[in-house]
Design a protein around this ligand. Sequence first.
Ligand code: HEC
Ligand code: HEC
Ligand code: HEC
Ligand code: HEC
Ligand code: HEC
Length: 184
Amino acid sequence: MHQFIKLKSSRLKTLLPLSFIGVVALGGVFAWYSLGDNRGYAPDQPIPFSHKRHAGDNKIPCQYCHSDVDKSRHATIPSMNVCMNCHSVIRQDSPSIQKMKQLIEQGGSFEWVKVHDMADFVFFNHKRHIAQGIACETCHGNVGEMVKVEQKEKFNMGFCVNCHRDNPLNPELKASTNCNTCHH
Ligand code: HEC
Ligand code: HEC
Ligand code: HEC
Ligand code: HEC
Ligand code: HEC
């Protein structure tokens, strides 16, 4: 009996740390899989800027504001001067617009919170994709319906490589799947 308990407890002593390692490893695996999955991320912005209101209801083209998207790697967020092209006249009564004008007079500008933020070890280039006629919606969802921008796609390796291997928009055009296309 005494022997048995001893055996059991010594087993427990080895089993406990093992299961602890197991739990940690499992947690690690979950963390690994969820890494970079920011679907649904929709942070609050310094003022409630609505894409639905601008790009949707009022049909302002995406590139009116994101003017570098077809010229460079980055889409760029518009400067406050772009906003004032319209808001020096439109909706002077709105507290948000008044807040914006005040900030500009003080020489400041809003610090928009980044929605999409891919890992630094991945290289992405808007220009190359826009030149191939790939719509914003393919990667960003229907932004014109969003009151608050939300990440729609999981920007993991599969999302990028699947289209590079089999471009559904143009099967003739296969983009590179070499590792150094996206990692360099
Ligand atoms: C009137 C100007 C304006 C128009 C038009 C506009 N945007 Fe934006 N966009 C902004 C501003 C300002 C931000 C930053 C604040 C925010 O995220 O809401 C932004 C943010 C974004 C973001 C998130 C950027 C990030 O941080 O990851 C995406 C994606 C985006 N816009 C796509 C689009 C698309 C697609 C269209 C057309 C359907 C469009 N935008 C039209 C002004 C505009
Ligand atoms: C092939 C996929 C793809 C397409 C098409 C695409 N984007 Fe993006 N966009 C991304 C990715 C990926 C990021 C995040 C980049 C990063 O974090 O380095 C991003 C980020 C952004 C940002 C944040 C600023 C920046 O450049 O990092 C804005 C604004 C944006 N996109 C607007 C647009 C607009 C407007 C269009 C259409 C004219 C468009 N995107 C088309 C994948 C795409
Ligand atoms: C091409 C013209 C145009 C540009 C550029 C523009 N807006 Fe607007 N904005 C509008 C229109 C039109 C409305 C809707 C007015 C209404 O509903 O009465 C609006 C509404 C708004 C509202 C809602 C006001 C409220 O209290 O209901 C905010 C906030 C706003 N815009 C912020 C911005 C910001 C920030 C920028 C720059 C990133 C910007 N706008 C650029 C035309 C524009
Ligand atoms: C819907 C299809 C599609 C998606 C999604 C897509 N790509 Fe692409 N990608 C293309 C096409 C088509 C080209 C253009 C090939 C060309 O110009 O010859 C391209 C080109 C590129 C290039 C330039 C290659 C070069 O030779 O300079 C890079 C880098 C790139 N993609 C990275 C990415 C990354 C990172 C993602 C994911 C965030 C992504 N792509 C998502 C279709 C796609
Ligand atoms: C079309 C673009 C693209 C190509 C080609 C590509 N990758 Fe990736 N890779 C990505 C993206 C996007 C991620 C995810 C980054 C994140 O999670 O934020 C990634 C992530 C990774 C990671 C980190 C682990 C993970 O899965 O998140 C490794 C390692 C990696 N890639 C290796 C490779 C190797 C090796 C090749 C060549 C066989 C390759 N990649 C080709 C876009 C690409």
